[in-house]
Structures are given as structure tokens and as C-alpha cells.
Design a protein around this ligand. Structure first.
Ligand SMILES: C[S@@+](CC[C@H](N)C(=O)[O-])C[C@H]1O[C@@H](n2cnc3c(N)ncnc32)[C@H](O)[C@@H]1O
Length: 247
């Protein structure tokens, strides 16, 4: 495929960004129901573990990146005592207006008028050393320059702060055949039946395959400025939680 540059993006990169925008605009209204169905509800368990490991305390400042429909932001609003503790800040953010709109409405339904802000994680509109915790769940693999986005996340956490990256990873070898069949056959079929959109779910399965394995991601995080990175593989390595710490 052509690599001609316009601006800072190659054609491949612009295509990827366009595809990601199209996919999430298309899946936004069915995202939550599909998430439960596709993961057999396991995404809730993975997110609970992420929330527990974030160890957020009342009065802290938290940014959820690529936050979509707001699962993590809602949990952090409770953990920070947002709305009662004047120091607490919890921001829901996403590049995609459709996903962010669904997230904002869901939070409002739960009585949480959290600030929602639309931006590309590769250019985070916050100052250096601002947040105690930054999270990104199932968002990193969609980003065009993952290293740039991770560098930005590292920049905006305070010294002693942490960035939690929850993402699909490389499963153990014995799971691979079932996992492949599920991703490339069942997922697009479910996408067609429930959301009338097999193409978007085929993209999601492919984007999972292209994502770096746990060790490569750890090295990438160390390379962009984190001083320490913990890795927790879950469910046979289907997903991994990386925690980057800045001293
Ligand atoms: C699979 S959803 C995850 C939503 C939510 N974090 C969750 O775990 O349910 C991925 C999200 O990443 C967002 N996203 C993709 N590229 C992004 C970027 N460059 N910057 C910020 N958000 C991005 C998409 O719009 C989408 O809402």
C-alpha cells in the first residue's frame, strides 16, 4: 500500500484513523450490549481488576482516555468521592463524539455530570504532572502512534502517578485455535445479527491481532519514559493489564 505522506500522516495511517472513526461511530449505540455478549460479561471482571489496581483515593485526579461509554469513569467518580470532595476530578474522554455522547448520557442517567472532553490521545490537552491516575481500556490498539499516546499519558501523570493500560493481548498457545475461530467467525456473525454490522466487528478482531504482545508493550512503555512497568496477564493472556509508574 502507498506510503505517500500528507501532513504528518502516511496514507496508511490516515486510512487507519478514518476506519477507527467510522467503526466507533457505527457501533456506539450497540457498544454496551455487544461488549457483554462478545466477552460473556468478562470485560466487567477485567475492568473491576483494573479499578482495584488503580487504587484511586478520595480527592484524586483521574483521566480515562478512550473512555467510550464511561464504565471506568463511573467507578472512579465513586472512588474519588467526586461531587463531594472539592479536590476530586474525573474526566471522561474519547476521540469519537458518538462514543463520548453515549458515555455522557449514561453518566447523566446515573447522576454523574462528569466533564467529558473529546481529544486524540496522541495530543492530550492537559498540563504536565496533573493526574494521579490515567487509564485506557481497550483503546490503545486503535491508536495510530501508540508510543506517542503512551508518552503523552506519561507526561500528564504526576511523579508517583500511574497509567493503567487494559488491552487484548496474545493468548497462551493452547487457547489459540479456539480464540481464532471465535474472533474471525463468531464475532463478525454476532456483529451482523445484533448490530447489522459484521465489517466493524471484523475490524475489531483484526486490530486485536495486530496489537503488540505483553512484553513488547512493556518495552514500549519503558521506552517512552515510564520508570517501572508491571504486567498482569489475565484469562490465559487474552487480555493484559500494564501499569506504568513515573518516579
Ligand atoms: C473498544 S472502545 C473502549 C471503550 C471503553 N474504554 C471500554 O473499555 O468499554 C475503544 C475506544 O477508543 C477510542 N479511540 C480510538 N482511537 C482513539 C484515540 N486516538 N484517542 C482517543 N480515543 C480513541 C474509540 O473512539 C473508542 O471509543
Amino acid at each position: 500500500m502507498s506510503k505517500t505522506h500528507f501532513g504528518y500522516q502516511s496514507v496508511d495511517e490516515a486510512e487507519k484513523a478514518g476506519k477507527v472513526a467510522e467503526v466507533f461511530h457505527s457501533v456506539a449505540s450497540k457498544y454496551d450490549v455487544m461488549n457483554d455478549l462478545m466477552s460473556f460479561g468478562l470485560h466487567r471482571v477485567w475492568k473491576k481488576i483494573t479499578i482495584a489496581r488503580a487504587n484511586v483515593r478520595p480527592g484524586q485526579k483521574v483521566l480515562d482516555i478512550a473512555g467510550g461509554t464511561g464504565d471506568l469513569a463511573a467507578a472512579f467518580a465513586k472512588a474519588t468521592d467526586w461531587g463531594r470532595n472539592p479536590d476530586a476530578q474525573v474526566w471522561l474522554s474519547d476521540i469519537n463524539a458518538s462514543m463520548l455522547g453515549v458515555g455522557r448520557d449514561r453518566l447523566l442517567d446515573r447522576g454523574m455530570a462528569l466533564p467529558c472532553v473529546q481529544f486524540d490521545a496522541e495530543k492530550i490537552p492537559f498540563p504536565n504532572n496533573h493526574f494521579d491516575v490515567v487509564t485506557v481500556a481497550f483503546g490503545l490498539r486503535n491508536m495510530t502512534h501508540k508510543d506517542v499516546a503512551l508518552g503523552e499519558m506519561c507526561r500528564v501523570i504526576k511523579p508517583g502517578g500511574r497509567v493503567l493500560v487494559l488491552e487484548f493481548s496474545k493468548p497462551d498457545a493452547f487457547l489459540q485455535p479456539v480464540y481464532d475461530a471465535y474472533s474471525f467467525k463468531v464475532l463478525p456473525w454476532l456483529g451482523e445479527k445484533i448490530a447489522q454490522d459484521s465489517e466493524s466487528y471484523r475490524y475489531l478482531a483484526e486490530s486485536i491481532r495486530m496489537h503488540p504482545d505483553a512484553n513488547t508493550l512493556k518495552e514500549m512503555m519503558l521506552g517512552v519514559g515510564f520508570d517501572e512497568v508491571e504486567t498482569h496477564r489475565m484469562t490465559g493472556g487474552i487480555v493484559a493489564l500494564h501499569i506504568g509508574i513515573k518516579y
